[in-house]
Design a protein around this ligand. Structure first.
Ligand SMILES: [Zn+2]
Length: 211
């Protein structure tokens, strides 16, 4: 195991723990990855079926561009590895993170008929890479959920090509994906988007009660 792989695995385990504590990765839900080397592609990937509050650096797997495990210990990578690989390919991402929070699940269903969710006018938008003003309008596309991972990966590829400026997308009644040039940026994007989704959800809820 290279020092770089070990370091990335430590970072991924720390992020899993902090996201779990915030209720974004409860039980075995969600998954995390980061590029260890681009050529040939090696991705550090969370394993399938492991509680994200208990995930240790030693459980992370190294996979290739076809989601085949190349680490010595074997193990089974997350079922959603193909989606991570698609995002790495389409966006040149250095890290991909996927959360299952209550608010992203609710809003992914509520706005599915519109095909996405527009987030605009919030100061926190400036935490997204390249955004300089709260006047930014962020479109978060929503993709219908599926257990057919190759088909879902294809849908993700199409959506990413169609919505080039998007910093993330939602899978309906499932969760949020975001990414970054590196793990720090991907983590920041998830934190910003989760904040904005919770803010929008709570606002919708309270607006009905406002006198
Ligand atoms: Zn998921």
């Amino acid at each position: 195991m290279s020092d770089e792989f070990s370091e990335i695995c430590n970072e991924l385990a720390a992020i899993a723990k902090s996201f779990h504590e915030r209720g974004w990765l409860l039980g075995t839900s969600g998954n995390l990855s980061a590029v260890v080397q681009p050529e040939p592609l090696r991705l550090a990937m969370s394993p399938s079926g492991v509680d994200k509050g208990e995930l240790t650096a030693g459980q992370l797997l190294s996979i290739d561009e076809n989601a085949r495990v190349v680490s010595k210990d074997g193990g089974k990578p997350s079922d959603e590895s193909l989606l991570h690989l698609q995002i790495v390919k389409e966006r040149g991402a250095g890290a991909v993170l996927h959360t299952h929070s209550v608010w992203n699940t609710i809003l992914s269903d509520l706005y599915a008929p519109e095909g996405g969710l527009k987030i605009e006018g919030y100061e926190m938008l400036k935490g997204l890479q390249g955004v300089r003003t709260h006047e930014h309008s962020e479109w978060l596309p929503i993709i219908e959920n599926s257990q057919d991972m190759p088909a879902l990966a294809e849908s993700v590829g199409q959506i990413l090509q169609k919505h080039k400026p998007a910093h993330g997308f939602l899978l309906r009644r499932h969760g949020l994906y975001s990414w970054g040039e590196n793990l720090a940026q991907a983590k920041r994007h998830i934190e910003i988007l989760e904040f904005l989704l919770e803010t929008m959800g709570r606002t919708l809820h309270l607006r009905e009660r406002k006198l």
